[in-house]
Design a protein around this ligand. Structure first.
Ligand code: NAD
Length: 257
């Protein structure tokens, strides 16, 4: 008799909108059980309605807060039963990088960017490790940004958070392997308009100059990132890496005039 395929499980932080929401959809379509953590209750309510299925668990959680993460992972452990968690995607972040001039940046605002991305990845990874260790070949995927390796003006906290996330990625990779592989995906410009909650949804029209900046001929789609997350999960020999997914944008030189 053919062996029944095991259903795999994935937790995606910031899964209520954008890249996280599209990724949740991508893995649900491939018959994974998906858990989404997000602090936007309206977005989660929409997702629950769209996928009234036991394969999707939506939990309200500010992933930058230790108590919230502890409570969410207790519920995730119940949801998993004795089974393993196959992948954690640390995707939550404040996607708008602009924080204004450094001399005007308040500590509380700096901390918001750091907590949503870097602190959250630490807290969620720490809670996920015992669940990931229940299987032989599991992984953590951190959604970083090309802003970890290049900057526009006045984006200090965002770039620092993403640079920190890349450091956390290789530190975890060398410490948690061989059982758990850890990689960072660095998206470039990803058009998330069509994957926002209904009230915020947009088409995402692009100018020729936007497309021309990308050797691949277009800006990115959230599905491009979901596919790269899948690659990170399936590839047994890739760990501790920064994988840039930007249509070649960061490889193209810009000359003024
Ligand atoms: P988005 O704003 O569309 O979605 C982010 C989701 O994360 C939202 O649902 C939001 O509620 C949630 N979130 C934010 N802070 C949270 C917190 N503390 N706790 C729980 N949930 C929280 O963003 P996106 O564009 O899909 O970005 C997703 C990730 O990809 C982010 O880490 C972002 O930095 C990164 N990224 C995005 C782009 C891009 O062009 N969209 C480019 C590079 C990197």
């Amino acid at each position: 008799m053919p062996k029944e395929a095991t259903i795999r499980t994935i937790v995606i932080t910031g899964g209520g909108a954008g890249i996280g929401r599209a990724s949740a959809h991508y893995f649900l379509e491939r018959n994974w059980r998906v858990c989404v953590l997000d602090k936007d209750e309206d977005a989660l309510a929409e997702m629950r309605q769209a996928h009234a299925r036991s394969e999707l668990l939506c939990l309200g959680c500010d992933v930058g807060r230790e108590d919230d993460v502890g409570e969410a992972f207790a519920q995730i452990a119940d949801w998993l039963g004795d089974g393993p968690l196959d992948c954690l995607v640390n995707n939550a972040g404040i996607a708008d990088p602009y924080c204004g001039p450094l001399e005007d940046l308040h500590l509380g605002d700096w901390q918001r960017w750091i907590d949503a991305s870097l602190t959250a990845a630490f807290l969620c990874s720490r809670s996920a490790i015992p669940l990931l260790r229940r299987a032989d070949r599991t992984s953590i995927v951190n959604i970083s940004s090309t802003r970890a390796i290049m900057s526009e003006e006045n984006t200090f906290a965002y770039s620092a958070a993403k640079g920190g996330l890349d450091g956390l990625t290789h530190a975890m990779a060398v410490s948690l392997g061989p059982q758990i592989r850890v990689n960072a995906v660095l998206p470039g410009w990803i058009e998330t308009g069509p994957w926002q909650k209904e009230a915020d949804r947009t088409d995402g029209a692009h100018r020729p100059v936007d497309r021309d900046q990308h050797p691949a001929g277009r800006v990115g789609r959230p599905e491009d990132i979901a596919q790269t997350i899948e690659f990170c999960i399936e590839s047994g020999f890739v760990t501790g890496q920064q994988i840039v997914v930007d249509g070649g944008m960061t490889r193209k030189m810009i000359y003024a005039g």
